[in-house]
Design a protein around this ligand. Structure first.
Ligand code: ZN
Length: 66
């Protein structure tokens, strides 16, 4: 995949966490779970949460495949 910012080839890899990863429009401070219909889980699992992603180190950007 080409980086949409610099057009160089991006590295294929994974975003990984010991806990669920979710997207939301506001920053949570206490409960780190989706709290409304506009927030959603990107990766979950009992044995680590992993999702495929591309990284451009030059632009400091990561693109996650949902
Ligand atoms: Zn780039």
């Amino acid at each position: 995949m080409k980086c949409p910012y610099c057009n160089q080839e991006m590295e294929n890899g994974f975003v990984q966490s010991a806990r669920d990863i979710f997207w939301g429009g506001k920053k949570h401070k206490l409960f780190f779970n989706p709290s409304n219909d506009n927030e959603f889980i990107i990766a979950d699992g009992w044995n680590g949460c992993v999702i495929s992603a591309y990284c451009c180190r030059d632009c400091e950007k990561i693109i996650i495949n949902l």
